[in-house]
Design a protein. Structure first.
Length: 85
């Protein structure tokens, strides 16, 4: 009877530690996702503003400004991947 209680307690402790480690991992992943989202949103805003500035300066064609915007957004996506993986 005592041995079965010790075995049961040990299993409960092990299960508790497993749940806690899983929770900590999920929290870390959540933080990485949030950092990735923030980075991506910042890159989008930077790309928008860059295109507006490009068009106002009128030193490039619309196609060149659009390409600059794409490159800025792609750089943000890569930064997001670097954070997550």
């Amino acid at each position: 009877m005592v041995e079965s209680r010790i075995g049961l307690c040990g299993m409960l402790v092990a299960a508790g530690l497993l749940v806690l480690s899983g929770t900590a991992m999920a929290t870390e992943q959540s933080q990485q996702r949030q950092q990735g989202r923030n980075t991506n949103q910042a890159a989008k805003q930077e790309a928008r503003q860059g295109k507006v500035d490009c068009r106002q300066a009128n030193n490039k064609s619309n196609a060149e400004c659009r390409q600059d915007k794409r490159e800025t957004k792609q750089g943000g996506r890569q930064d997001k991947r670097d954070i997550k993986y």
